[in-house]
Design a protein around this ligand. Structure first.
Ligand SMILES: Nc1ncnc2c1ncn2[C@@H]1O[C@H](COP(=O)(O)OP(=O)(O)OP(=O)(O)O)[C@@H](O)[C@H]1O
Ligand SMILES: [Mg+2]
Length: 184
């Protein structure tokens, strides 16, 4: 710590160092807690625009072409459903950035009478889906599992279509039976 260079008292120096270390740790912890909470864009922009913005600033900003085809969501979703779908999309985006080496990404959100379908496709390197179990034994490959669990918890589903060299498509579906129309 540069700030305590001029201090002679060893005891005081140690206390100062410890205080500094715990402040850094608390800051990291608070940042993590805030990141786990509901992202403010969900409330300020709504689900569709929040997804668009997240993908725009994380994928398009890296020079990857992004094509959006997003329906308006006209059926009322619960706040936790919106959060799960947003987190799901973040998981897909994270994988594209980390693994895909894609040039193009397509994001489609379709609202049908009875379900919502969100698809995120990339034209990157793809992977062997059969090797996921093997990866999990080595402590990796939990991102896709979390994405799937998130969707199942809200009564939806998640599927992955991929092959080495063939890009990757992840799809989330949420049934919309009996949902109220969104009030304008
Ligand atoms: N879009 C993608 N393009 C290419 N490979 C992918 C893509 N998504 C996932 N993968 C492959 O599938 C593996 C499993 O992905 P998953 O998200 O489950 O775990 P991870 O990304 O390795 O770890 P974590 O998500 O926990 O950081 C990845 O390690 C990667 O090899
Ligand atoms: Mg991942």
């Amino acid at each position: 710590m540069a700030e305590n260079n001029g201090i002679q008292d060893q005891n005081f120096k140690e206390i100062l160092q410890k205080t500094h270390d715990s402040t850094v740790q608390i800051h990291a912890e608070i940042s993590r807690i805030i990141a786990d909470l509901r992202p403010t864009q969900l409330d300020t922009l709504g689900l569709v625009a929040a997804i668009r913005q997240h993908i725009y600033s994380n994928v398009a900003s890296r020079g990857i072409n992004v094509h959006f085809d997003l329906d308006n969501v006209e059926r009322q979703l619960l706040p936790e459903e919106e959060l799960s779908i947003f987190r799901w999309a973040q998981g897909a985006v994270g994988n594209i950035i980390q693994h895909a080496q894609a040039e193009n990404v397509e994001v489609s959100l379709k609202q049908r009478e009875e379900k919502l379908i969100l698809t995120i496709s990339d034209d990157g390197k793809g992977f062997e889906i059969d090797r996921l179990t093997e990866m999990r034994e080595k402590g990796r490959g939990y991102g896709l599992l979390n994405m799937k669990e998130r969707m199942i918890l809200i009564g939806g589903s998640c599927s992955v279509q991929t092959q080495p060299g063939e890009g990757t498509t992840v799809t989330a579906e949420l049934p919309l039976f009996g949902r109220e129309l969104v009030k304008k």
